[in-house]
Design a protein around this ligand. Sequence first.
Ligand code: AMP
Ligand code: MG
Length: 387
Amino acid sequence: MPSDPRTSLLRATHRLALLLPFLALSAFTLWTALGSTREGPRGARAAEPGGWERVERHVAVMGTWLRISLEAPTRAEGLAACERALRAIEEAESRLSTWRDDSELARLNAAPVDEPVELSPLLRTELERARAWSRETSGAFEPALAPLVAAWSLRTGGDQPSATEFESARDACGLRCWAFEPSVVRRLHERAGFEEGAFGKGASLDAALAALDELSWRALSIDLGGQLLEARHAGPVRRLVAHPDDRAMPVLALRVPDGSLATSGDSERGVFVDGEARSHVLDPRTASPAPRRGSVTVWARTALAADCLSTACYVLGPDAALAFAEAHAGVELVWLQDGPRGLVARCSSGLAEHCEALPSSAAPEIHVSTHRDTSPLPPKSEPIAPR
Ligand code: AMP
Ligand code: MG
């Protein structure tokens, strides 16, 4: 069904409004991380030691802002690599976005009940990975949540559903409403639908990295709407984490190895339930918006994992989220929340030596989890299961 142009414009404006705080933070993050390299709209360069050049591109994509920065032996190779990453992200959008009707995932969401649907290998893998993280988080991350996202009007500012609407959306949610067979997927409920909001950016970033695999480049940073992907750096990189109430105000610096940082948290994207402001993240156990409680930033080796887990950890709350990170090699997190004496940062033990409060009036008090005594982050070769 083609979209009404006014609806599309409304959605685009809404999405832009949601993303403005991320844009400000992203700009600050990259400016700090990369130094004062000036960029033009089509990319720019800076000479690096050893003759390599830094190339950057800033573009709008997926209703958000994409920044790619890398070093390559020549400017032409750098631009070609940026272009390839951008293409992969655009392809991911046409596969995963349910903001449009013609993506592969939107078509799956509209398939007649019980009809066998053969998915492209990429979408199949992405959904399998999302399912695996759903299992691993005991359903705190739930990719088959579209009916509840619609019932709570999460894409249009939030609204409390009627009791009937709520019950019927709840019935249609969850992976139990989908059958994954060896070569096909079937929709088992007439309202069942996948929602890519909590894993689409991560999947896109992983697709961009995979597309660059055999090219010659290093020191890659991609910022897709606030989620970061880092690859082939010579050592850990320093990245900033914002105040949960003010995404333009960095309050923490993390030093992390190659991998991805994703944040879930309070934002203007919330809803009101019985007069109380709640998050845009839904707690699948109650089928209702989670309480607003600061923000959680998750580091994981892959971007899809970081994306799924930031959402899951927000649902779980700080204690359970920290316990989850301690129990999973290759997952680290920092939770930022107001405490009695100001902002508190609770870090998983792997970040103990890698988390620094930035000097400001909002500098958080840092508390490190003591459950695990292996302070260094896991080695690069360590497999992350499920991928
Ligand atoms: P994020 O900002 O990555 O935490 O993703 C939040 C978005 O994911 C929401 O706007 C919803 O579209 C969707 N979502 C909300 N709650 C969940 C959940 N528990 N599991 C998976 N997706 C969710
Ligand atoms: Mg997420």
